[in-house]
Design a protein around this ligand. Structure first.
Ligand code: ATP
Length: 130
């Protein structure tokens, strides 16, 4: 089957794959080539792609996944290959967002800080197999 990961800015991935595992709003799920057609809203997380004996990790920050007739398309706001992630930057973003959440200032937008924590954690997780 074929997978495309597309953001506003670029085509991040466009290759044949054997298995796809991703994180939807209602939990993680996997797609093998005979999967029934599906349309799913994605959460902030890591999409794992199996190609033969190798696994590739991508962050996928929300968006939508569609699978039909062996073609899978993920449209997402931001996506990065685990190999392209700057670990120090993600760690700094995580520290900043956690500090914001621990601050009792009423002006803190906690939903925004929680999303920043989730993005940073997804980025760190996506670097784990490199
Ligand atoms: P930061 O606070 O470090 O900017 P962020 O979660 O606010 O993190 P985003 O708004 O999700 O960043 O992304 C902005 C752009 O920066 C995107 O193009 C994204 O791919 C890139 N980016 C963000 N963090 C990293 C990272 N740790 N490594 C590589 N690219 C990153």
């Amino acid at each position: 089957m074929h997978l495309k990961i597309i953001t506003h800015e670029k085509l991040v991935f466009d290759e044949d794959v054997d298995e796809i595992y991703t994180r939807a709003m209602d939990g993680e799920f996997g797609i093998l080539k005979n999967h029934v057609p599906i349309m799913s809203a994605l959460d902030i997380g890591v999409t794992k792609v199996k190609q033969g004996s190798s696994m590739k990790f991508f962050t996928t920050m929300g968006g939508v996944l569609q699978f039909k007739d062996g073609e899978c398309t993920i449209l997402t706001t931001t996506a990065e290959s685990g190999n392209d992630i700057d670990v120090a930057r993600a760690e700094a973003a995580l520290r900043r967002a956690k500090a914001r959440l621990e601050d009792n200032d009423a002006a803190i937008d906690s939903k925004r800080a929680e999303a920043a924590v989730a993005r940073a954690m997804a980025r760190l997780k996506a670097t784990l197999n490199r």
